[in-house]
Design a protein around this ligand. Structure first.
Ligand code: TRP
Length: 343
């Protein structure tokens, strides 16, 4: 019997998940639970590099937790927790930072993107971001990390750091592999890639009314009701194909034929198919999201499973770098000594 390899990923809670996140990240990561030991966490400390609104952050954390659970994450099977509940990650991040060049960080994505966006002096958290992410990964003996293309460079940092550590201190850390899924191009309402920064997203669990409104706002060609239309070049059909595939075949046929089937009809068909598809998940989401205490409990139970893995790694890491330390003496002993000596 071979132990399954570990797949790990982090989800930054800085937005409410949308259809693009579902197709590009959530669904593929959940499928990996069939083959791997899966460890998925909410990267709440990473969110602080950009978010300074405690209420919003807290809300996004619950949104993300409820979303992944509603989409089928089984917390009995996948270790699901909050990054902040396993504090060993900071200890490892520091040790790794001492192995990495500052120049590398200043040439990294997270720093350069902030500069490109006009920030004059990006905060040190933005600069340090890839190191904390490497610690997230290396702390749990991760073999594969499912991420989008935009995270590839961060994965390289994690691999590089594992290699450096093992080179200097002997084989200690697992060198992870990126698992870059062929991310489907999920178009947003304006036809370009769905992304929060472009304001063209469709929230995964929008209430039906809002969902319909957003679908009706999707950009289309200007063909008339009876003109033949090309499904391949239409955003509505692209989305339908990925999210409600059973409805896509008939829709393509009707669009090509044209006759009495306009874009408004296609949008209505898509809305109905999508609503049927997402409805049961949305109900689960709402029930989960409405019980924050229960979400806290689920995530804390996940942290209790994650922490021993982290602690075992840290024991190896400390030993390797020469921070071998006896356990702290019990408080009682300290007090006795102090009062005995000082008089
Ligand atoms: N940087 C990732 C993102 O923005 C989130 C993340 C944090 C992560 N830690 C991680 C992803 C560890 C994979 C592994 O999407």
């Amino acid at each position: 019997m071979t132990t399954p390899k570990t797949s790990l990923t982090g989800i930054k809670p800085t937005a409410t998940p949308h259809l693009g996140n579902y197709l590009g990240a959530i669904r593929p990561a959940l499928r990996l639970a069939e083959q791997y030991r899966t460890i998925y966490f909410i990267a709440d400390y990473h969110a602080l590099t950009t978010l300074r609104d405690p209420q919003a952050l807290q809300g996004y954390i619950y949104d993300v937790a409820a979303t992944w659970l509603a989409c089928g994450l089984d917390p009995e099977r996948t270790i699901f927790f909050r990054q902040s509940q396993v504090i060993e990650v900071f200890e490892l991040a520091w040790i790794l930072a001492c192995l990495f060049g500052t120049g590398h960080l200043l040439r990294g994505h997270s720093y350069k993107d902030a500069i490109a966006k006009g920030q004059k002096d990006p905060n040190a958290g933005i600069t340090f971001y890839p190191i904390l992410m490497a610690a997230d990964i290396l702390l749990y003996d991760t073999h594969v990390v499912p991420v989008g293309k935009d995270q590839k460079q961060h994965l390289e940092v994690a691999r590089d750091l594992a290699g450096r550590f093992n080179h200097h201190f002997g084989p200690t850390l697992v060198v992870p592999e990126p698992l870059i899924g062929e991310a489907p191009l999920v178009p947003g309402t304006d036809g370009t890639k769905m992304s929060k920064s472009k304001g063209n997203t469709i929230p995964l669990f929008a209430p039906p009314k809002q969902l319909r409104k957003l679908i009706m706002s999707i950009k289309t060609g200007s063909e008339g009701l009876d003109d033949p239309k090309d499904p391949d070049r239409s955003t509505v059909w692209q989305l339908c194909r990925q999210l409600a595939p059973e409805a896509a075949g008939p829709m393509a046929e009707k669009l090509r034929r044209g006759v009495g089937y306009g874009w408004g009809h296609a949008k209505q068909d898509f809305f109905e198919a999508l609503d049927a598809e997402l409805g049961p998940m949305r109900e689960r989401f709402e029930a989960l999201r409405g019980d924050e205490a229960q979400l806290d409990e689920t995530l804390a139970a996940g942290a209790a499973k994650a922490r021993p893995i982290a602690q075992a790694t840290m024991a190896r890491v400390r030993e390797a770098v020469g921070i071998r330390r006896p356990p702290c003496p019990p408080k009682e002993t300290l007090r006795l000594k102090k009062s005995g000596g000082g008089g």
